[in-house]
Design a binder for this molecule. Structure first.
Ligand SMILES: NC(=O)c1ccc[n+]([C@@H]2O[C@H](COP(=O)([O-])OP(=O)(O)OC[C@H]3O[C@@H](n4cnc5c(N)ncnc54)[C@H](OP(=O)(O)O)[C@@H]3O)[C@@H](O)[C@H]2O)c1
Length: 259
C-alpha cells in the first residue's frame, strides 16, 4: 500500500515540518512551493534520513489555473496521492481599504481557491480508491473577524467551514478531512505578512509541535485540531457567548503592533 503525501507550502514553517513528520512515518512525498532550492534541500534531507521517495514541484498557487496544472504534473509523475495537505497560505496587516486590493486578491486565490480546487481534484482519486486523507491548514483566526487582517481572517473562516462540510459529505467513502486551526506560530509567516511586532505573536508556538498536532489528528480522522489547549477552550467554550463588539475590540487589540 502506498502512502504518498502532497504538501503545499513545504518550503518553510508548518509545511516543512509536516513533510518531516510524514517522512519519519515512512511516507513518500510530493513537495510543492515556489522556492525550488528550499524544496530540493528538504527533499535531499528526507531521502537521506528516511529512505523515502520525494518529488519536487515548483508551483505558484496564486496563479489562476495553478491547481489544475499541478494535478496534471502529479499525474505525469504516475504517483497516486494518498494524503493531501493544503498548507500554503499567507496573511497581511493593515486596514482593508488602505492596503491595496491586489495583495488581497492573491491571498484569496491561494488561501481559498487553490485549496478548494486541489481538494476537488485529489478527492476524486481518493474516493475511487476508497481511501485518503485531506489535511487543510485553517487557523484559529477563522473563528472570529479580524480587524487589520480582515481578508486573512475571512479566508481562514472559509477554510475552517469548507473543510468541515466536505468532511461530512465524504463520510462513508474512506476519505477523511481534518482542519488544523493553529494559534500564532513562529514561522516566516510574520515577516511575509508584515506582522512583525504584532502583539498576538508574543507567545507563538513552534512549527514542529503544530505540525505534529495536525498530523496526528489527520491520522485519527478527526474533524478539527487546535494545537493550544487554552486557545481551544477560549474558541469553543467562551467565544460563542461573548458580545460581538467586545470580540472585535479584543481581536483588533491582538493585531496591533507594539510601538
Ligand atoms: N504562522 C502562524 O501564526 C499561523 C497561524 C495559523 C495558521 N497558519 C497557516 O499555516 C499555513 C503555513 O504557514 P506558515 O506559518 O508555515 O508560514 P510560512 O513559514 O510563511 O510558510 C508558508 C509556505 O507557503 C508557501 N507559499 C506562499 N505563497 C505561495 C504560493 N503563491 N504558491 C505556493 N506556495 C506558496 C511558502 O513557500 P514559497 O514562498 O517557497 O512559495 C511557504 O512554504 C498557512 O496557511 C497559514 O495561514 C499560520
Amino acid at each position: 500500500m502506498t502512502n504518498t503525501a502532497l504538501i503545499t507550502g513545504a518550503s518553510a514553517g508548518i509545511g516543512e515540518e509536516l513533510a518531516r513528520v510524514h517522512a519519519e512515518n515512512g511516507g513518500d512525498l510530493v513537495l510543492v512551493a515556489r522556492r525550488k532550492a528550499r524544496l530540493e534541500s528538504l527533499a535531499n534531507e528526507l531521502r537521506a534520513d528516511h529512505g523515502v521517495q520525494v518529488h519536487v514541484i515548483v508551483a505558484d498557487l496564486e496563479k489562476s489555473g495553478a491547481a489544475k496544472k499541478l494535478m496534471a504534473q502529479v499525474d505525469a509523475l504516475g504517483v497516486a496521492i494518498d494524503v493531501l495537505i493544503n498548507n500554503a497560505g499567507f496573511g497581511g496587516h493593515g486596514k482593508f481599504h488602505e492596503s491595496g486590493l491586489e495583495r488581497d486578491q492573491r491571498m484569496m486565490q491561494l488561501n481559498m481557491v487553490a485549496l478548494t480546487e486541489l481538494s476537488y481534484y485529489f478527492a476524486q482519486g481518493m474516493v475511487e480508491r476508497g481511501q485518503g486523507r485531506i489535511l487543510n491548514v485553517g487557523s484559529s483566526a477563522g473563528f472570529l473577524p479580524g480587524p487589520l487582517q480582515a481578508v486573512y481572517y475571512a479566508s481562514k473562516a472559509y477554510v475552517n467551514s469548507f473543510s468541515q462540510a466536505i468532511a461530512n459529505e465524504l463520510q462513508g467513502t474512506g476519505v477523511t478531512v481534518t482542519v488544523l486551526c493553529p494559534g500564532p506560530v513562529a514561522t516566516e509567516f510574520q515577516a511575509a505578512g508584515d506582522l512583525d511586532g504584532v502583539k498576538g505573536f508574543d507567545l507563538a508556538a513552534d512549527a514542529r509541535s503544530v505540525a505534529e498536532c495536525g498530523y496526528r489528528a489527520m491520522e485519527r480522522g478527526e474533524l478539527l485540531a487546535i494545537n493550544d489547549r487554552k486557545i481551544r477552550v477560549f474558541l469553543e467554550g467562551l467565544l460563542p457567548f461573548l458580545p460581538r463588539k467586545g470580540v472585535l475590540w479584543m481581536s483588533r487589540k491582538s493585531m496591533e503592533k507594539s510601538s
